[in-house]
Design a protein around this ligand. Structure first.
Ligand SMILES: [Zn+2]
Length: 210
């Protein structure tokens, strides 16, 4: 009985929501500071705008995949809504990764997410995790035995045979890469850094786009 009462208190007393536009996401065990970081991250996402292309137009048209994948042209306000629609809850948890999407929309975030990764990494990670809410979740496949790439963000993790690759061109890494490509093309954030992360992300997609 006591458990029922406590559960009732927890849901009304601590149960905070992240309300942004039409979307309301339940926050579980998220501190005020963590909530501020989440809000800042979504503010930053919403503010993304295409401006002057910082790369050759032909190269842009050849490699852009944003509209094909997301269904709308690159625009922060639409991207924010696309991401928010794919999360039901955001929960704080003690996990080894920065973030993991469980049960198609329950996003668990750790201290790594809030304190060890950059604002840019938080942006593309949210897009990556959001894609795991669609369809069958687009689970990763093992990278090949002879995979020549390293994990720049997690240098201690060897990628050969790790579940850190995609076998299709419409999974979480494809969506992450599509966002990174727009950020690179429009020179948002540090262009060289974004370009390197884009390349590294594309390396995780085992079947290249035709
Ligand atoms: Zn993933």
């Amino acid at each position: 009985m006591a458990g029922v009462v406590l559960a009732g208190l927890a849901s009304t007393g601590w149960g905070a929501d992240l309300s942004r536009g039409p979307h309301k996401i339940e926050l579980v065990d998220i501190s005020d500071e963590q909530r501020r970081i989440l809000d800042q991250t979504f503010d930053q996402m919403k503010a993304l705008q295409p401006a002057q292309l910082g790369i050759d137009g032909r190269l842009y048209r050849r490699l852009t995949r944003f509209e094909t994948l997301f269904g709308k042209p690159f625009n922060g306000a639409d991207l924010e809504q696309w991401v928010l629609a794919r999360f039901r809850k955001i929960l704080y948890g003690n996990i080894a990764l920065a973030a993991i999407n469980q049960n198609q929309g329950d996003l668990i975030v750790s201290d790594l997410f809030f304190h060890d990764i950059s604002p840019l990494e938080r942006l593309y990670l949210l897009v990556h995790e959001a894609r795991h809410s669609d369809d069958d979740g687009y689970p990763h496949v093992r990278c090949p035995k002879d995979f020549p790439f390293v994990s720049a963000a997690q240098p201690r993790q060897a990628l050969d045979q790790a579940l850190a690759c995609d076998a299709t061109t419409d999974g979480a890494y494809a969506f992450q890469a599509a966002l990174l490509f727009e950020l690179f093309a429009y020179g948002l954030f540090d262009q060289k850094n974004v370009g390197l992360i884009y390349n590294s992300t594309v390396a995780r997609i085992l079947r290249p786009t035709k």
